[in-house]
Design a protein around this ligand. Structure first.
Ligand code: GAP
Length: 480
């Protein structure tokens, strides 16, 4: 059920991801299931690192954002209020010949199911008129499958934040402006899942809803003029434009901090036609994937649309009493909304390099090196005894492994020639390897209790004392 290969680079990335255990097709032994992907041992580590780094920067490093962990299934009225029940749909056409269902806006570049060499628009078959197809997955709560028991798997994590706005603001003692963030699964019955994990049917989102004063309140309190560029030090009386600009900058800085350079990203300001019904402005942060420049994250100014809708549909007040302004209002919101799976895919694509590296005999070889930023690399350090059949080397290497393991994810490997072991770690993006050899044991007394430290990107090797090893690695990995 895998989709057609897009280009040679993507083919290599998909193949490496499977071979080294980053990403597998879900239910592969049964032929897979379209739009669903599993993360293998290295992919699970990479994904966890991304989520931990996002959580750290969005809430733990800040005093004005708190977290939430809400359910995937919520009261169906949540989706009525948010507009998803009526508007979360794509116009679809059905092909009367191959019976495929395609997004009306994508028929031009989607292969026909019966004639894969042709595009759906060119295959010559009749199509139905476009019809709306709701993207929410439906299920039933309880044993009886009636319309009264219908519920949906959430298509975004954001709505739980709005639905819990009152509870969270009551318990957290936060004052506007403040945010609530959440990481969790979202589900969309995408018509054409494609570009590997990029458009999946089950995926994870990392969303922040940052609640701000309505512009009239902010400006009454001397807020900065809307044209003024935001700085890195937020002001409580900023209007939505400053907050919007601030969050776009924050997110761009974060992408750079995890190793996506600014020249791999582009900003796309959505046009009026593209804006969602709730948005005043949305900036898409786009990444240059091998299959094109595509959205990683949207930073939307959602006005007070969602809270107003929930107030109307639930009958519960969503108003906030602003002690500073001595007035009540429904807060407005800025929403940076990112996809974990897209970010992982962007990191994998960005890390993929083919380099000419000398093998053990000094002959140059083409090798894959995954140049992950150390903060996201699934394994930080590989630890090797030079030879596995020398118990003294193995014992010392295991002691070094035990020394490092509590501090970062390490991998102990004694199988095969040392060059092969370096190559295996390069291919999964391990920033450092440590080798324990006879000099470590004192064959050259000057080098007693020193190890070889090899850097992935430069392949440089240096000698470091075991005593200094942890501090050297921490500094190289950018850890405190
Ligand atoms: N709450 C706003 C919201 O959900 P969105 O642009 O529909 O906005 C936000 O989704 C992010 O979620 C996207 O930028 C993308 O990273 C991720 N995302 C959305 N649909 C996805 C899909 N089908 N597969 C993988 N990631 C997806």
């Amino acid at each position: 059920m895998a989709e057609p290969k897009v280009n040679e680079l993507m083919e290599k990335i998909v193949s490496l991801s499977k071979r080294r255990g980053f990403i597998f097709q879900s239910s592969e032994i049964y032929g897979g299931i379209n739009g669903f992907w599993d993360y293998g041992p290295l992919g699970a580590e990479l994904k966890r690192n991304v989520k931990d780094l996002w959580w750290q920067s969005m809430t733990r490093d800040r005093e004005d954002v708190v977290g939430l962990d809400a359910t995937i299934i919520m009261h169906p009225k949540v989706w009525e209020a948010s507009g998803h029940t009526s508007t979360f749909s794509d116009p679809m056409v059905d092909c009367k010949d191959c019976k495929g269902r395609f997004r009306a806006d994508q028929v031009d570049n989607t292969p026909c199911l019966k004639k894969p060499s042709k595009m759906v628009t060119e295959c010559g078959s009749d199509k139905t008129e476009p019809r709306a197809f709701n993207l929410m997955f439906k299920t039933y709560v309880g044993p009886v499958e009636t319309e009264d028991n219908v519920a949906y798997l959430r298509p975004e994590t954001a709505q739980a934040i709005f639905a819990q706005f009152k509870n969270v603001s009551d318990v957290s003692r936060q004052k506007i402006p403040f945010g609530i963030c959440q990481i969790g699964k979202a589900f969309r019955n995408e018509i054409n899942p494609r570009n590997y994990t990029f458009r999946s049917r089950e995926f994870e989102q990392m969303e922040l809803e940052f609640f701000i004063k309505p512009d009239e309140i902010a400006h009454a309190q001397g807020g900065a003029p809307a044209e003024e560029a935001p700085t890195d030090s937020p002001e409580s009386n900023w209007g939505w434009k400053q907050w919007h600009g601030y969050w776009v900058n924050q997110r761009l800085n974060w992408y750079e901090s995890i190793g996506l350079p600014s020249d791999s990203l582009e900003l796309h300001w959505q046009t009026d036609d593209e804006l969602a019904h709730y948005a005043r402005a949305t900036v898409d942060i786009m990444f240059k994937f091998p299959f094109g420049v595509q959205e990683l994250e949207g930073v939307a100014a959602r006005s007070n649309y969602d809270l107003t809708q929930h107030q109307e549909h639930s009958g519960k007040s969503m108003e906030y009493f602003d002690e500073e302004a001595k007035t009540r209002y429904i807060p407005h919101v800025i929403e940076p909304s990112a996809g974990v799976d897209r970010m992982v895919l962007a990191l994998i694509c960005n890390a993929y390099h083919e380099a000419m590296i000398p093998n053990a005999k000094g002959v140059m070889e083409k090798r894959i090196v995954m140049r992950f930023h150390p903060s996201v690399a699934p394994i930080k350090v590989g630890v090797f005894p030079l030879l596995k059949n020398k118990p003294e080397l193995v014992e010392k290497a295991k002691a070094v492994y035990d020394l490092l393991k509590p501090h970062f994810n390490c991998f102990y490997d004694e199988a095969g020639a040392i060059g092969k072991r370096y190559a295996r770690q390069d291919e999964i993006g391990t920033p450092y390897c440590v080798t324990i050899d006879f000099d470590t044991l004192g064959e050259n007394p000057d080098l007693l209790d020193t190890v070889t430290l090899r850097e992935r990107d430069t392949t440089n090797q240096s000698r470091v004392t075991i005593q200094d090893l942890l501090a050297t690695l921490k500094s190289g990995l950018g850890l405190p």
